[in-house]
Design a protein around this ligand. Structure first.
Ligand code: 0T9
Length: 429
């Protein structure tokens, strides 16, 4: 393998990066670090482990004891469900943050989705259509870039929706720091869960082998009151292992704030093995390598709509695979110019771009009430309140009392509108 860090293009790229502030998508990076895949495909990682995802919806008061037989002290379906949510969530982290860097591969710069870009697909579960899990993804905003997604399985009565908006900045040591705004909300059989999105950074940039490491904390607040606090750390921090975490289950936020003894503590590697302390005994909690990843079925490009990601980016993706810098910039410019023309037309005709399946919800203006039985956004407000977290447009998972919270005065979020999907005529999964 060639050592990319020795190449002049990488050196000059690093130079341009070190004076960077603001928009990462504006960078012209050398071809070897470009990925032919759009960022809008990343939402599929939430659904890769279908078995773990659907298991959350199966737990009830009659069968819950069968789910974690190795953990003796689990006594209620709600606790079991919280364990199942964590087990699924940890597996999604492996997909989201390490699946592109397995073996000798490294993180590459994904294609920057255009406004209205769609990525859709399905996971076929037992062959019957009714049992499929559907994925819908839409780039709902370009400045700033926001990607919204909805994943649902009607038959199993489980759904998750959310959105991400990333902010990045380079540190002096050429570490790329990434903060995410947004959240994911999981709903199943009358239970809901607010999942905050962790902060991360990219290491290994100087040697041209970037990879992601998570940092700080994230939360999973359940409508039943319980909350997981998950702390992340990397190599050489407190454990010395990469992708380390400790997760603490509390009966409620007050118990978490008081630093009461957690109901359970799970720790290990989110990309590998973790254990749970059950009384004084440590037993296996999860081993991600044992679960079967399900691949998403995506229509062949010939059957896709022109707004669908793989079709729209096809020429660019091929140029990237060829490593042909000139062709890459030609094909990319073509797409970007078309986008600019579209925006001009919209402005001239006073006909702004219409979002397809998602709508902007203003939580402050529209006075959305906290209600665990209401629609998803009443739940968002209620769950955030339970967790003591801000609903403003700041980094995901920040506390109500934080400086960021006090400084910000907008609370605009993206909500999935199911009816819009039911009325959809042009896009098929
Ligand atoms: C939401 C996820 C996110 C998107 C990616 C930072 C990153 C773009 C955002 C946060 C997903 O649910 C989870 C996983 C990976 C994140 C990406 C990793 C990454 O490298 C990119 C950034 C924008 C780059 O492409 C940096 C280019 C770098 C290779 C050049 C030095």
């Amino acid at each position: 393998m060639t050592d990319y860090s020795e190449t002049t293009s990488w050196t000059s790229f690093l130079k341009s990066v070190s004076s960077f502030s603001g928009d990462l998508s504006a960078f012209t990076a050398p071809p070897f670090i470009l990925s032919p895949v759009s960022l809008s495909e990343f939402s599929q990682y939430w659904g890769t482990y279908q078995d773990l995802f659907l298991a959350i919806a199966q737990i009830n008061k009659h069968n819950h004891e069968a789910f974690f037989p190795q953990i003796r002290s689990v006594k209620s379906p709600n606790v079991t469900r919280m364990l199942a949510v964590l087990q699924w969530y940890l597996a999604t982290l492996k997909c989201q943050y390490t699946s592109r860097t397995q073996g000798d591969r490294f993180e590459k710069k994904p294609l920057n989705p255009f406004l209205g870009e769609l990525f859709v697909g399905k996971w076929e579960n037992d062959g019957s259509k009714k049992d499929d899990t559907i994925l819908l993804t839409e780039q709902v905003s370009h400045h700033p870039p926001v990607n919204a997604f909805s994943i649902f399985n009607e038959d199993h009565n489980i759904r998750i929706q959310g959105y991400t908006q990333i902010k990045s900045s380079f540190s002096k040591t050429l570490k790329l720091n990434i903060r995410q705004n947004g959240h994911a909300i999981l709903e199943t059989n009358g239970h809901s869960f607010l999942i905050t999105l962790p902060a991360l950074h990219l290491e290994g940039i100087i040697v041209a082998r970037p990879y992601v490491e998570l940092e700080d904390s994230s939360y999973i607040q359940s409508s039943d009151g319980m909350i997981w606090k998950i702390d992340y750390s990397g190599k050489g921090y407190f454990s010395g292992q990469k992708n380390s975490f400790s997760a603490y289950l509390y009966k409620n936020t007050a118990a978490m704030e008081k630093r009461d003894k957690p109901l359970f503590t799970v720790s290990g590697q989110w990309s590998g093995v973790s254990t749970i302390t059950d009384g004084n005994k440590e037993v296996l909690f999860s081993d991600v390598s044992k679960y079967k990843p399900h691949s998403l079925r995506v229509k062949p490009i010939s059957e896709q709509h022109c707004l669908e990601s793989r079709k729209a980016w096809d020429d660019v993706a091929r140029a990237i695979e060829l490593g042909d810098m000139k062709l890459i910039s030609q094909t990319k410019s073509k797409l970007e110019n078309e986008q600019r023309q579209l925006r001009k037309k919209e402005e001239a005709g006073n006909t702004p771009w219409q979002n397809r399946w998602f709508e902007k919800i203003d939580i402050i203006e529209e006075q959305i009430q906290p209600d665990l039985n209401g629609n998803t956004y009443n739940k968002l407000v209620a769950l955030s309140k339970m967790a003591g977290l801000s609903t403003k447009n700041i980094q995901s998972g920040q506390k109500l009392g934080s400086r960021e919270h006090r400084k910000c005065n907008t609370a605009l979020h993206w909500a999935f509108i199911q009816d819009k999907w039911l009325q959809e005529e042009d896009i098929k999964v």
